[in-house]
Design a protein. Sequence first.
Length: 133
Amino acid sequence: MMNKIEHIGIAVKDLQMASEIYSKLLGVSSYKKEEVKSEQVITEFFKIGDSKIELLASLNQGSAIAKFIEKRGEGIHHIAFHVEDIYAEMQRLTNEGFILLNDKPKVGADNKLICFMHPKSANGVLVELCQDI
């Protein structure tokens, strides 16, 4: 079961510029910058209270983030929910008729196992499941 919003992912063209903007906006510095080769992105995380913002910049033109920005521009890319058991949640969502983009979880940013759900399953919103490793 999903028990909280884990983070909101924001696609950006220039990670350094976006990081400066969000540092000023949120009044805090990022706590982590990380390259995620499986997703072809570099991420930077900010934490405010129990909430997190993840900035995502493409490592190459073929990545999902680069394609997203080309099609829709910079902005909110996905919403991620924390789950205790990603395998059980994937099975529950599949049983409910949702379309998952991954057959099994993979290692993502910020020390998480992740799985994405197709946006067509959630009114155009890309949903990410996250479980602590």
